[in-house]
Design a protein. Structure first.
Length: 764
C-alpha cells in the first residue's frame, strides 16, 4: 500500500483513492477533512499528474499553507511548491495579473480592502450629493458587495430597485465601479467578477481564449469548504471544471454559516444534480471531540431539515458533560467563564492558549474582556483591529501602493497630507474636480497642478514636492531592494519623526508599529528573495482575520463563532445562549426558518470546536443597546439537553430543577426571583411619590433609599451581602418599585448594577 494511503480509515481511503470524475466528500466536524484533501492531492501527484495541473482552492491562507506543508512531506517540497494552491481571491488575483491587459487593467492593479472600498464609496456619494447621514455608506458597500457576489450588474440592480435606499445604491454602484477602474483597482468581489469576465472572453482565430487555456491547464480541481461558496465562486468553478469534470469538493452542509456573506448552501446540497455521476464519500468518524460533546452537537443539528444525511461517531472517551450555566447578567456570565477557564487550566494542566471563548456578536466581548482583566488573564481577540488595518500601517502601505500603482486614488488621498505638508481638503477638492472634468486619475491631475483652477501657489509648491518624492522612489525601484526602498521612503516622509515629536503614549505606540512593519517587510523579502512589492501588497490585502491571529501567544482566544470555523481548542466556552441574541433577532421581526437553521449550524460549529470540555452560558438579564432587559434561554439549550449528555447549573448557587423545556425553566426562574427583595428580613414596598431622583454616593453620602417599609433605609455607603458576589458597599441607588436599582462595589468582582427585585441583598 502506498504510504499516502497508510494510516487512513476505510472511508478516508476510499475518498482519497477515487481520483477521476466529480466527487463530493461530505466531511463531518473533526473527521480529518484536511488530511483527506492533502492525501488526495499527494496521490494525484504520485500517480503522474503534474503539480501545476492541480488547482486547490481554500478559504484561508492558513489552510492553504498547512496543506502545502503536509503535501511536501508526502511527496517532495519541489513538487508541492508547483501546485496551484491558495484562497479563491489569491489564486484568481494571480491569474488576473497575468491577463490584466485583456480586461483593461495593468498588472500592478491595487486590491482595495473593505476600508478602501468604503472610502471610495464615500467619495462617490459626495460627488453625487447623496447624504451619508441619510444613507449609511457601510450599508451601501454591503449592498454592492452582495450584488457582486450574486452576479447582479449595476444595470440589473437598477432594474430591480424597489425602494429609496436601493435607488440610491443603484446610482452609486456604477460610479463606484468607474472609480475603481480609473484607479486601476479592484475590490475583493471584483477578483471573482473580473475572473468571470476574463474566462468569458470570446476565442479568436489566433487564440482559443483564457477559458480554454485554464480548462486544459487544470486537469484536477479541488475545492475546500464548498458549502461556503457563493454564486460567483460557483460560476468560476463550473467554468473551469468544463466537460472533463475532474472536480472534487469537500465540505459539510452542517457547517454552512456564511449566508450573510453570500454563501449558498444550495451549492453543496445540489452538487449531485449539477454534476451527474457524482461519487459521494462520507467521513463520519470524529477524531476531535469526546462522546458527550459530539452527542450534544448531533442532537442539536438533527433539528435542521435541509441537510445531507450523516451520522457522526467517535472512538474517543466519553468525557465530561457539556456544562450549561445560568448567570445573572453579562458580568456574572463573564465571571463564570473566567472561573471555568481557571478551573480547567488547573485540572487538565493546560495553557491559556488551549482555551477559547466564542460569542455571537463582537459587542459581547467587552464584559468578557473586563472579567479576564480583573483576574489578570491575558487574552487575544481575533477580529480586533488587525495589524495591517491600523492607521499608521495603512499610511505606510499607502505610500508603497503608490509606488506600484500611481493611479490608486484612495492611497493618494490618504497620504498626500500625511504627515501634514500643507495640502488641505479644499485643494484636493479642486484637484478631484479637475480629474473628473478631464476623466483622468488624481495622480494625473496632480501632474497638471499648475493648470488646476483655484489652487493656491503655496499648495502648488507642496504638491510638486510630494510628486517629486514619489517619482524619486519609483525610479529607485530597480536600484534598491524592496525592503531598503520602503525603509528609505518612510524615513524621507518624516512619519517616524513626526510621531516622535508628538511624544504621546499613543504616538510612540504608532511609531513602534511602523518599526515593526519595517521589520516585517524585511523578513518577507528575506524569506522570499524573488518576491515583488506587488506580491507583498497582494498578500497583505488578502489576509483574513484568522490568518493574522497569533496562535503562539499564551493567552485565551476571544472570537465570534463565525471566526472559529476550522479551529479547535481543548476547552471552549460559548456565551450568550439567549433568544434574540443566539439565535439572533431577525431584521424586521419576521423569522425565516432558513435563518434559524443557519443559527443552529453556527452553534453546531461552536460546540464541535471543543476537544475535551465545552461550556455553554446564558444570562437571566443582559444589557443590550443601553437597556437592561430580561432574557429567555435560547431554544437551542433545550435541543442540546435532549442528548442526555449535559449538566445544567447556575452561577449563583441555586441548583435549577431541570425541566423538559427552556420555557418552563424560564417560568421557574421568574418565580424564584419574583416578588420584592428582602433586606434584613424587611420587604421593599412601593411608596407613592410625585418625583424621584437617582442619588449618587459622592453627591449625598447619607441619602436614604426612600422606598423601604417601616423606616428601614438602604443608605449610600451601606455594607451589604450578595450570595454570589459576597460583601460590598452601596455607592448609588435609583428607581422605584420593580425598577429599583443599586450600584454596589464588590472587592472581588468590581462594580455591579443590581436590580433590587432580584438581587436579594442583605444589609450588614
Amino acid at each position: 500500500m502506498s504510504k499516502i494511503l497508510a494510516g487512513l480509515n476505510p472511508a478516508q481511503r476510499a475518498a482519497v483513492s477515487h481520483l477521476n470524475g466529480p466527487v463530493m466528500i461530505v466531511a463531518g466536524a473533526g473527521s480529518g477533512k484536511t488530511r483527506v484533501l492533502t492525501h488526495r492531492i499527494a496521490l494525484l501527484v504520485e500517480s503522474g499528474v503534474r503539480p501545476w495541473q492541480v488547482l486547490a482552492l481554500t478559504f484561508t491562507n492558513k489552510a492553504a499553507k498547512e496543506m502545502k506543508e503536509r503535501i511536501a512531506l508526502l511527496v517532495s517540497p519541489e513538487l508541492a511548491r508547483d501546485l496551484w494552491m491558495g484562497t479563491f481571491h489569491s489564486v484568481f488575483a494571480r491569474i488576473l495579473r497575468r491577463h490584466a491587459a485583456d480586461i483593461g487593467y495593468t498588472s500592478s492593479f491595487t486590491i482595495y480592502d473593505s476600508d478602501d472600498s468604503l472610502n471610495a464609496i464615500k467619495q462617490v456619494m459626495n460627488v453625487l450629493g447623496i447624504s451619508k447621514d441619510q444613507f449609511n455608506a457601510n450599508a451601501v458597500r454591503s449592498r454592492i458587495s452582495s450584488a457582486k457576489n450574486q452576479l447582479i450588474s449595476p444595470e440589473e440592480y437598477e432594474r430591480l430597485a424597489r425602494d429609496l435606499f436601493s435607488e440610491q445604491v443603484a446610482r452609486i454602484y456604477p460610479e463606484y465601479n468607474r472609480a475603481l477602474r480609473l484607479a486601476n483597482a479592484m475590490d475583493f468581489d471584483d477578483l471573482l467578477l473580473k475572473t468571470i469576465e476574463l474566462l468569458d472572453l470570446p476565442a479568436t482565430p489566433d487564440n482559443a481564449g483564457p477559458l480554454a487555456y485554464y480548462q486544459q491547464k487544470f486537469k484536477y480541481i479541488l475545492v475546500d469548504e464548498y458549502q461556503d461558496t457563493n454564486r460567483a465562486q460557483y460560476a468560476i468553478i463550473k467554468r473551469l471544471a468544463g466537460t472533463q469534470g475532474n472536480l472534487t469538493v469537500v465540505g459539510d452542509d452542517a457547517q454552512s454559516i456564511y449566508a450573510f456573506r453570500g454563501a449558498d448552501i444550495g451549492n453543496i446540497l445540489d452538487f449531485e444534480r449539477d454534476y451527474p455521476g457524482t461519487q459521494i464519500f462520507r467521513l463520519e468518524q470524529n477524531y476531535r471531540s469526546t462522546k458527550n460533546i459530539l452527542a450534544a452537537a448531533d442532537e442539536l443539528i438533527k433539528n435542521n431539515k435541509d441537510q445531507i444525511p450523516k451520522t457522526l461517531f467517535t472512538e474517543n472517551v466519553r468525557g465530561e458533560p457539556v456544562k450549561i450555566t445560568q448567570c445573572l447578567d453579562e458580568r456574572d456570565e463573564a465571571s463564570a467563564i473566567v472561573r471555568a477557564i481557571e478551573e480547567q487550566v488547573r485540572a487538565l494542566k493546560l495553557d491559556l492558549k488551549d482555551c477559547a471563548v466564542l460569542y455571537r456578536t463582537n459587542a459581547q466581548s467587552r464584559a468578557i474582556e473586563d472579567g479576564l482583566r480583573r483576574q489578570g488573564i491575558p487574552y487575544n481577540i481575533v477580529g480586533g483591529t488587525a495589524f495591517y488595518k491600523r492607521k499608521e500601517i495603512k499610511d505606510v502601505l499607502g505610500y508603497v501602493r503608490l509606488l506600484v500603482n500611481p493611479n490608486d486614488s484612495e492611497s493618494l488621498l490618504r497620504v498626500i497630507n500625511t504627515p501634514p505638508r500643507g495640502i488641505g481638503a479644499t485643494t484636493m477638492e479642486h484637484v478631484a474636480a479637475y480629474a473628473r472634468d478631464h476623466r483622468q486619475s488624481l495622480m494625473s491631475a496632480l501632474g497638471a497642478i499648475d493648470f488646476v483652477p483655484g489652487v493656491q501657489s503655496r499648495a502648488i509648491q507642496r504638491i510638486h514636492e510630494f510628486t517629486r518624492l514619489l517619482q524619486k522612489y519609483t525610479a529607485l525601484r530597480d536600484k534598491m531592494s524592496p525592503s531598503e526602498l520602503v525603509r528609505s521612503l518612510v524615513d524621507e516622509t518624516n512619519l517616524l519623526q513626526e510621531l516622535k515629536l508628538e511624544n504621546t503614549i499613543e504616538a510612540l505606540s504608532r511609531r513602534e508599529n511602523i518599526q515593526e512593519f519595517l521589520s516585517a517587510i524585511t523578513d518577507y523579502f528575506h524569506e522570499k528573495p524573488d518576491a515583488t512589492l506587488e506580491s507583498f501588497l497582494e498578500e497583505v490585502s488578502l489576509l483574513s482575520e484568522v490568518d493574522q491571529s497569533d496562535g503562539t501567544k499564551n493567552a485565551v482566544t476571544l472570537m465570534t463563532l463565525h471566526s472559529a470555523k476550522g479551529l479547535e481548542y481543548p476547552v471552549v466556552c460559548i456565551a450568550g445562549l439567549e433568544e434574540g441574541l443566539f439565535p439572533s433577532q431577525p431584521v424586521g421581526g419576521t423569522r425565516d426558518p432558513n435563518d434559524i437553521e443557519e443559527e443552529r449550524r453556527l452553534l453546531y460549529v461552536g460546540i464541535t470546536r471543543a476537544m475535551r470540555r465545552c461550556f455553554v452560558f446564558y444570562a437571566i438579564e443582559r444589557l443590550r443597546f443601553g437597556e437592561t432587559a430580561r432574557a429567555l434561554p435560547s431554544r437551542f439549550i433545550e435541543e442540546i439537553e435532549r442528548s442526555g449528555t449535559t449538566e445544567h447549573v447556575t452561577s449563583f448557587g441555586t441548583k435549577p430543577h431541570l425541566r423538559e423545556s427552556a420555557s418552563e425553566r424560564t417560568r421557574e426562574i421568574s418565580h424564584l426571583f419574583a416578588g420584592s427583595p428582602v433586606i434584613n428580613g424587611r420587604t421593599f414596598a412601593r411608596k407613592r411619590r410625585e418625583t424621584h431622583t437617582a442619588h449618587s454616593f459622592e453627591d449625598e453620602p447619607r441619602a436614604s433609599y426612600s422606598q423601604i417599609e417601616e423606616g428601614t433605609t438602604l443608605e449610600h455607603g451601606a455594607r451589604v451581602f450578595h450570595e454570589t458576589f459576597g460583601e460590598g458597599r452601596v455607592i448609588a441607588v435609583a428607581g422605584f418599585g420593580d425598577k429599583a436599582k443599586a450600584t454596589v462595589e464588590f472587592p472581588k468582582f468590581g462594580r455591579k448594577n443590581l436590580m433590587l427585585k432580584f438581587a436579594n441583598l442583605k444589609v450588614l
